[in-house]
Design a protein around this ligand. Structure first.
Ligand code: MTE
Ligand code: HPA
Ligand code: MOS
Length: 763
């Protein structure tokens, strides 16, 4: 079963926001952004813009009929700046014009006066000044303080990881239409239709029932449209509401890069202690998260960093503290892994540091400390159906870790200017929204009288294949061909109060709701068949569109059964609600059972560094992954490949850079590099581990969206291994991304000098 969409994609038939035929009278919106990162808004003069050709209106905070607020977790984010500006690129005004070019031209005529205030871009500076988004959080198990005394070895250090631009192919945007009831209907490129609906309703001073949000599909989201599709939807809706004309707002690439938040950069302190057998006894870590100028999803991202601070390892004494630091950068947001990768990079740095100091391979420390069945995470959920050791051992055996190691050593002995490096990266990732109430959704299933089926859920298709998976679940449950099934657009009037498509949980949540609705319909149809054809309900099933009674074809098939049920006035529509059972978490003690289950896996990475140039290739990425019982191996493998390469990009080449004035320097694809086919691993093997899956995973097929990103962390440590093979034992900082530039400096530390133009990277 292939992904249902790609044929349409390559033919150009798939409809994205920008493909929607434009309605007559449509106004185009362009956003006037703050040119300064921090200051007091003194005056805004748009009189010249109003007179410019084609301009219909210029809107500011004063035009908002409801409340000027779009903060999802903390109410600290105005839709349009009012009083102060807090980051460069912050929306200040909206120009509406007859053409897109006219709207953009008019932006240049707007004059703004801002009294500058001090700019903070560094999270540690923000923390020192008490600029925190929310109070700090600490996850604690055992007593790390008391445990240091019993440690044979203790190591401390600092680790920094950078931001990451989502670079979804389809930029942010929305198209809003006024409705006859004084509300708005809109098409939005969002992972969270309900979030767009809710905030738009607040901004317009309407009930949520007056705002309809429709999503066909996204050209990628990667977390960047979980919360940050909201401003563009709300702005377009504001324009449509006030002018009574359709309003379209689509960001161009550079505006999108400037104005939207990214993965959170982190700066972290770690301390790790081992006993004489190299078992980890204690771990203390403090995370400084660069949240940007408003909360957005930062507190939730921060929490997931704490959940994943120990990755796939068991540590009896852990104290993990996290600060969400307010800086004058665009609010950072969800990005595949949602804080997990940042936490995992630090523990892997701590293990690498310990291994380097002890003179043992990091893999020895990693393997010895893997989670085992029943081990407690710091938040007290036990590791159940734990496959950490199985994943490691299978990868080591399947891909011949010892042979890979020998090859690297041999190569390094015989080569002077090229060095190879190797790293093992185990992962463990919790599946569920960490905010328990978000783990609910609904499916609305219609069987039409001709036997075709329409399904609406809260799931948003963004390339991850969730529509295909939902269609498969329905086809299996109903016993019919997938060609009868249509997955409808995601629409807030058909399925209300949804969580965003995120947390890798979309297929689990919406698949389970679909399964429930389809199972109810199947039962109803089979009960009808019993009456109509005097059959026994026991042993009755639908298989390949044929009704079978105890395995024997009955005198009816799917089409006939549906038709007869319709004429007998049997309800052919079902709505099911699914809420993941047994989840709970107490945010005052930071303990509970927040995850339905965990996903495990292990990646082996080998790289070659050109020690003259600092350039490198990823020779092989070999992954043993816990898919459970995958019912779509093609899609699932694609998620592993895409996620892993995205992780490699974050760790090696994607460098989000702001200057001290909070101006984005990596503001286009000239200065921001993401992996292309040449940067991808030369060999990328995926081994499907033999695991039973989990009953809370859809059809026992485990969530797969985010976990593979973290395999990319192995590339960082493989590169570090190669650099150390070249230059001996000089201490290298733990600082990602490890760009070719940084590799070159690491190879020749004696030539490293203070950078002449001080460029603050995002952390
Ligand atoms: N895959 C594609 N092709 N496009 C995307 O935008 N987003 C990722 C992942 N894989 C994404 C993707 C992220 S951040 C998440 S949370 C999951 O898909 C969301 O979908 P799922 O819950 O269905 O896995
Ligand atoms: N993951 C992704 N998105 C989220 C989460 C989460 O755990 N919580 C809230 N939004
Ligand atoms: Mo994914 S970061 O949960 O959208």
């Amino acid at each position: 079963m292939n992904h249902l969409d790609p044929n349409r994609h390559v033919r150009g038939e798939s409809q994205y926001l920008d493909d929607v035929p434009v309605q007559q009278g449509t106004l185009y919106a362009a956003v006037f952004e703050s040119p300064l990162a921090h200051g007091v808004l003194r005056s805004l003069d748009f009189s010249a813009a109003l007179l410019a050709p084609g301009v219909a209106r210029v809107l500011t905070a004063q035009d908002i009929p409801g409340i000027n607020q779009i903060g999802g977790i903390v109410a600290d984010e105005p839709l349009l700046a009012e009083g102060h500006v807090h980051f460069r690129g912050q929306p200040v005004a909206l120009v509406l014009a007859r053409t897109e070019a006219q709207a953009h031209a008019a932006l240049k005529l707007i004059k703004v006066e801002i009294d500058p205030l001090p700019i903070i871009t560094d999270p540690r500076v923000a923390a020192a000044q008490g600029e925190l988004i929310v109070p700090p959080r600490t996850f604690k198990i055992g007593d790390s303080q008391a445990a240091w005394a019993s440690c044979a070895h203790v190591f401390e250090g600092v680790a920094e990881s950078g931001g990451q631009e989502h670079l979804y192919i389809e930029t942010q945007g929305a198209y809003a239409f006024p409705t006859e009831m004084g509300g708005v209907r809109m098409i939005s490129s969002t992972q969270g239709p309900t979030a767009v609906q809710r905030h738009t309703a607040h901004v317009l001073g309407l009930g949520m029932h007056q705002v309809e949000v429709d999503v066909t599909r996204l050209g990628g989201g990667f977390g960047g449209k979980e919360d940050q599709a909201t401003p563009w939807g709300a702005l377009a809706a504001l324009g449509a509401f006030l002018t009574k004309k359709p309003v379209k707002l689509v960001l161009d690439r550079m505006a999108d890069m400037r104005m939207t938040g990214k993965r959170h950069p982190y700066s972290s302190d770690f301390k790790i202690g081992f006993d004489a057998d190299l078992k980890i006894v204690a771990y203390e870590v403090t995370f400084y998260q660069n949240a940007g100028a408003a909360a957005d999803l930062s507190p939730a991202v921060l929490e997931r960093t704490l959940f994943h601070a120990t990755n796939a390892y068991f540590i009896p004494n852990v104290t993990a503290t996290a600060f969400s630091c307010r800086t004058n950068l665009p609010p950072n947001t969800a990005f595949r892994g949602f804080g997990g990768p940042q936490g995992m990079f630090v523990i892997e740095s701590a293990l690498a540091k310990a291994a380097e100091e002890l003179g043992v391979p990091a893999s020895k420390l990693q393997r010895r400390n893997l989670l085992r069945e029943g081990d407690l995470f710091s938040y007290r959920q036990p590791a159940e159906m734990c496959h950490a050791e199985q994943a490691w051992d299978t990868a080591a055996q399947q891909f011949d870790l010892a042979g890979m190691r020998a090859e690297v050593e041999q190569f390094n002995q015989t080569n002077k200017l090229k060095k190879k490096g190797l790293a093992v990266m185990p992962i463990c990732f919790g599946i569920s929204f960490t905010k328990t109430p978000m783990n609910q959704t609904r499916a609305l299933v219609h069987i039409y009288s001709d036997g075709s089926v329409g399904i609406s859920t809260g799931a948003v298709e963004m390339g991850q294949g969730v529509n295909t998976k939902i269609a498969q679940v329905a086809a299996r449950t109903l016993g019919i061909s997938i060609s009868r099934i249509k997955i409808e657009t995601t629409n807030t009037t058909r399925v209300a109060n949804t969580s965003p498509s995120a947390a890798s949980a979309t297929a689990d949540l919406n698949g389970k709701a679909t399964e429930m609705a389809c199972a109810a319909l199947r039962e109803r149809l089979l009960r009808h068949a019993c009456l109509e054809y005097t059959l026994n309900y026991e042993g009755l099933e639908i298989h390949d569109e044929q009704v079978l009674a105890a395995g024997v074809p009955a005198e009816t098939n799917w089409e006939k059964l549906v038709s007869s049920a319709f004429w007998k006035r049997v309800a052919l529509t079902e709505n099911a609600h699914y809420a993941t059972p047994d989840l709970h978490f107490d945010a005052t003690t930071n303990t509970g059972h927040p995850f339905a289950y965990h996903v495990y896996g292990t990646a082996l990475t080998s790289v070659t560094v050109d020690c003259l140039r600092g350039t490198y290739t990823v020779d092989a990425l070999r992954i043993a992954h816990d898919f459970g019982q995958s019912f779509n191996p093609v899609i699932d493998r694609g998620q592993i490949e895409g996620g892993a390469v995205q992780g490699i990009g974050w760790m090696t080449m994607e460098e989000v850079a702001y200057n001290a004035e909070g101006r984005l320097l990596s503001n286009s694809l000239n200065s921001y590099k993401i992996p292309d086919i040449y940067a991808a691993p030369r060999v990328l093997d995926v081994h499907f581990l033999d695991t039973p899956g989990h009953p809370k995973a859809i059809l026992r097929s485990k969530a797969v969206g985010e976990p593979p990103l973290m395999y990319g962390i192995g590339t960082y440590f493989a590169l570090r291994d190669a650099v150390r093979a070249f230059q001996g034992h000089t201490a290298l900082p733990f600082s990602a991304p490890l760009t070719p530039e940084k590799v070159l400096v690491s190879l020749y530390p004696e030539f490293a000098h203070e950078p002449s133009a001080t460029v603050a990277t995002a952390n």
